[in-house]
Design a protein around this ligand. Structure first.
Ligand code: SPD
Length: 370
């Protein structure tokens, strides 16, 4: 069982704190310095400023890295790819970030990532074959898979009833949601939540027809009387604390909350029949990283088989690391909600970088929420 330690430091405050600390990152880093640095295997060049999703690494792994390499890991957190991108674009410097698939592509295009020095990451050979040449970063020039999972719904069975329909209607149909104690929670994430509404309407979550996006916006608007919150951090606790009846969220976070709950049988995690997101989060080094060699060493550490398994055994997300498999708990490896069956996978889509169209997801999502 993992113990959750969510504590969100306001992102702007984190940026200021790091800027004030000198060695801990700061605005306007020198991009050439990182690009000109050659890193050897196991080399460190200072503390690691890790900018990650919350609840996404076992604190014991952080301690093990610190003890093995004699450096500190300074953790900051974000709740969406777009929030992370805004920080990097504004010049706040971190040594390692964990962007999802489509965001890797966007950041490569914007020249925000440092090319990886593979000689410093021999454990890259541990990746399972399906993660070695992803469409968002062909040849892994800038990123390496960290964890993967799905986005779906956590459901309180007592509130919703055992015979519920496994559909996005559980959050979008007011005829249903009006009966749910506390209502429902939706992710505060433009691609995920607009994508869920698009799937509910029968479209791809990468659909780029503005009329369809307007329909998706209106689905969310119509559902608003019973949407308790748009939230990407506390939705799992909100479900098992009984604050909401259905929570839109990420597989591992919802499963961890359900399995840790006093009455786990009262909840379930489902991927709606209309389909949802399969995502891959990745380790990447920002172009202006101040400690690129520590970052490479951290990537190599996380790709070790036993460390990769320790990560999955704590997060309940699937591992892209083939060498980790023998060390992953059987109840995780065999759980079809963590490692989806081929049948479920056919319903899933990876979010794609839509280029100039991307801003529409953010704008229409803001309109839906306002
Ligand atoms: N608590 C960790 C959550 C990680 C979620 N990342 C997935 C993003 C998919 N768009």
């Amino acid at each position: 069982m993992r113990r959750r330690t969510t504590w969100m430091v306001p992102i702007a405050v984190v940026g200021l704190m790091l800027a004030a600390c000198g060695g801990g990152g700061g605005a306007g880093g020198d991009t050439t310095a990182a690009a000109d640095t050659t890193c050897e295997l196991d080399q460190t060049d200072g503390n690691l400023n890790l900018y990650n999703w919350s609840d996404y690494i076992d604190p014991e792994l952080v301690t093990a890295f610190e003890e093995q390499y004699g450096v500190e890991v300074v953790e900051s957190f974000y709740e969406s790819n777009e929030a992370m991108l805004a920080q990097i674009q504004s010049g706040v410097s971190y040594d390692l970030i964990v962007p999802s698939d489509y965001m890797v592509s966007i950041m490569i295009e914007e020249e925000l990532l440092l090319p990886l020095q593979k000689d410093a990451i021999p454990n890259i050979a541990n990746l399972a074959p399906e993660f070695t040449d992803p469409p968002y970063d062909p040849g892994l020039r800038y990123s390496v898979a960290y964890q993967w999972g799905t986005t779906g719904l956590g459901v309180n069975l007592e509130a919703v009833g055992d015979a519920f329909v496994e559909s996005w209607a559980l959050v979008f149909d007011p005829e249903l949601t009006q009966n749910f104690p506390g209502g429902v929670s939706l992710l505060d994430d433009p691609r995920e939540t607009m994508g869920a509404a698009l799937k509910y309407l029968g479209y791809s979550l990468n659909d780029t027809d503005l009329d369809h996006l307007a329909e998706a916006r209106d689905v969310i608007r119509a559902a608003k009387p019973y949407i308790a919150t748009f939230d990407s951090d506390q939705y799992d606790e909100a479900l098992v604390n009984g604050e909401v009846s259905v929570s839109h969220g990420y597989s591992g976070d919802l499963l961890a909350a359900i399995w840790d709950a006093e009455n786990p049988d009262a909840y379930t995690y489902v991927i709606p029949e209309e389909g949802g997101t399969l995502w891959v989060d990745n380790m990447a080094i920002p172009a202006d990283a101040e400690h690129p060699c520590t970052a490479h060493t951290f990537v190599n550490f996380m790709l070790d088989g036993e460390n990769g398994a320790a990560l999955t055994n704590w997060t309940y997300y699937a591992s892209p690391n083939a060498a980790a498999e023998p060390h992953i708990l059987p109840e995780i490896l065999e759980d079809p909600t963590i490692y989806p069956s081929d049948e479920i996978r056919q319903r899933l889509e990876i979010i794609a970088d839509t280029g100039d169209y991307e801003i529409n997801f953010t704008d229409y999502f803001a309109q839906a929420k306002s």
